[in-house]
Design a protein around this ligand. Structure first.
Ligand SMILES: [Zn+2]
Length: 315
């Protein structure tokens, strides 16, 4: 029986997607439709204890809002970045929110008295894209989010693999350019050190010797300038696309998926990303089946919807 079959007519789940700067929050019906959304600042600079209090307050407020509207909050789902032990319900580590072994699932369950699931932001985003978004109808999906970093979720039949330690899907740290640019993880040549949106902006600034004056070019600017034929931009963009194709080809070798769904800020580049990336990926396929390469469909709501799906599954 699917969660929708088991649901009452007024059932909703409370869903929160906690990021380094903001929290996207919603009340979601078991069929995946959203009935109410809110956004709140995370203010991560206050420290993890204060962030946890805000998460609990916001979740409690949403459950109260549901009841005031005649709805029945039946479960809570929370997505957080970093390393997440979903089985234990613990936010193990997060660079941008500051979590260190926070038993967030149990804290939230105790405060709200609802069945609660804790998930990883990219993995639940992949879950939502696989079930409700661009991967819908395909059983094997690799969701790749390209923003300040690069992370992935491997979703099989609507379930995202977590790994033994809650760290599956770190495709951004595939070594694609040995001896290449230094990655935030401390190693040289990881995929995200070449091809994340922030790496593209940084590498373009380095290539052009752009000084501290003026607004630095974003990855989207680099895509525009590359399309306009500017050599430095075209070089940085092409290197990023080639590195991404190497990373995705590794992913396809490992997972043999039907769909690779690319989301995050860089996917906004549209055909400027997808046309050359698809060609470069296909070049790298030998005996492999070519996956469908498509843009994510749910935008920045994927994490929140995925947190809701996780809550429905856990109920
Ligand atoms: Zn790395």
């Amino acid at each position: 029986m699917s969660p929708a079959d088991a649901a009452g007519p007024a059932d909703v789940v409370v869903a929160l997607d906690v990021g380094g700067t903001g929290m996207k929050c919603a009340l979601v019906r078991p069929d995946g439709s959203t009935v109410h959304t809110e956004r709140h600042p995370t203010d991560a600079g206050r420290g993890p204890d204060a962030v946890v209090e805000t998460i609990l307050d916001v979740a409690e407020g949403l459950a109260g809002k549901a009841r005031a509207d005649g709805l029945d909050p039946v479960a809570l789902g929370i997505a957080v970045p970093g390393v997440v032990d979903e089985a234990a319900g613990v936010a193990v580590w997060s660079a941008n929110v500051g979590f260190r072994d926070v038993p967030l699932r149990d804290l939230a369950a105790a405060r709200l008295g609802l069945p609660t699931a804790l998930g990883h932001d990219v993995r639940v985003g992949g879950l939502a894209e696989a079930r409700l978004g661009a991967g819908r109808g395909t059983g094997h999906v690799l969701f790749v989010a390209i923003g300040t970093g690069i992370a992935a979720a491997h979703v099989v039949d609507g379930v995202a693999a977590t790994g033994a330690h809650g760290a599956a899907g770190e495709i951004g740290h595939i070594l694609v350019r040995p001896g290449g640019p230094r990655c935030g993880c401390g190693r040289d040549g990881c995929l995200e050190a070449v091809a994340s949106a922030s790496a593209i902006a940084r590498r373009y600034a380095e290539a052009t010797g752009a000084g501290p004056t003026g607004t630095p070019a974003s990855a989207a600017d680099v895509a525009d300038r590359a399309a306009a034929g500017e050599p430095a931009a075209a070089g940085v963009w092409a290197e990023a696309v080639e590195a991404l194709a190497d990373g995705l080809a590794t992913g396809q070798s490992l997972y043999d998926v039907e769909s690779i769904v690319v989301g995050g800020g860089l996917a906004q580049a549209g055909p400027r990303l997808f046309d050359p990336l698809r060609a470069a990926l296909h070049e790298r396929m030998t005996f492999h089946r070519r996956p469908r390469l498509v843009a994510a469909a749910l935008g920045d709501e994927a994490g929140c919807l995925g947190a809701a799906l996780l809550a429905l599954d856990a109920r």
